[in-house]
Write a protein that binds this ligand. Structure first.
Ligand SMILES: C[S@@+](CC[C@H](N)C(=O)[O-])C[C@H]1O[C@@H](n2cnc3c(N)ncnc32)[C@H](O)[C@@H]1O
Length: 239
């Protein structure tokens, strides 16, 4: 079960909307785990990370469900060297055994059940050679900001944009609501997620036969603390 958010409207504006992200730092981090080797990106999207990683000498493959996002990836210089599979990262395979599998930009939360997230960890492990690594970049759930009795946490309140999250704590389902006004027209977008704590991901990794080797707050290796809002975690498939 995945979000249906990634249509052609979102895909066409995606690269412009993400051009301020710390992509270079992410590519540096990932390239160091697979120097001259091979990597598979789960949810490769438009290739924001996969294309520059390929330019760093890593042989890259990617899986994504969205035809519209992959249509943005295919014409990019160097994308012809990337093996692309249109499919679901929780079940579909790219042939081969990889040094690195990675899933960035909170996208594990696009899998809306615990079972599909566990399946995704198992699928990542199945793509790795012994000694290979699985990397996830994800936010830490913001539940400490949710006052008792409230149902929503605002994350942006600006003149032309309001964004907030609502939570169902029984299912760990989270809905992000975005309301934008541009040139007098309003637009509302929702995305559905299932949040998971880093500790729950460690258990999913354990179920998949992987062991945590590193956890940082971000791609620059800032220390992960109780106040970190995000994490970059690395698990290893035993030799
Ligand atoms: C936030 S974008 C991330 C794209 C890219 N990884 C990046 O960092 O720029 C989320 C992507 O996840 C893809 N996606 C969502 N659920 C998926 C699934 N179950 N299997 C594969 N791709 C999925 C969407 O199609 C979309 O391209």
């Amino acid at each position: 079960m995945t979000s249906q958010l990634w249509d052609s409207f979102r895909a066409e504006g995606y690269d412009e909307g993400t051009d301020r992200m710390p992509t270079d730092a992410a590519v540096d981090f990932l390239a160091a785990l697979a120097p001259g080797g091979s990597a598979v990106e789960f949810a490769i999207g438009t290739g924001r990370v996969g294309v520059p990683l390929s330019h760093r000498g890593v042989t890259v493959a990617g899986i994504d469900t969205s035809v519209a996002m992959l249509d943005q990836l295919r014409p990019k210089p160097g994308a012809d060297r990337i093996t692309i599979v249109e499919g679901d990262m929780s079940i579909d395979r790219v042939p081969g055994a990889f040094d690195l599998a990675y899933l960035v930009f909170n996208t594990i939360t696009n899998l809306l059940t615990q079972q599909s997230q566990v399946d995704c960890f198992r699928n990542a492990a199945a793509h790795l050679r012994p000694g290979g690594h699985f990397v996830i970049e994800c936010y830490v759930p913001d539940l400490r900001l949710l006052p008792i009795g409230a149902v929503a946490v605002p994350f942006a309140v600006e003149d032309e944009y309001v964004g907030f999250d609502t939570y169902d704590m029984l299912t760990q389902r989270q809905t992000s609501h975005h309301f934008t006004v541009a040139e007098g027209r309003s637009r509302a977008v929702r995305s559905e997620h299932r949040y998971a704590w880093p500790s729950e991901m460690d258990l999913m990794a354990q179920l998949a036969g992987l062991t945590l080797t590193e956890r940082w707050a971000d791609w620059t290796r800032a220390p992960f603390t109780a106040d970190s809002r995000s994490h970059v975690s690395v698990w290893e498939k035993p030799l």
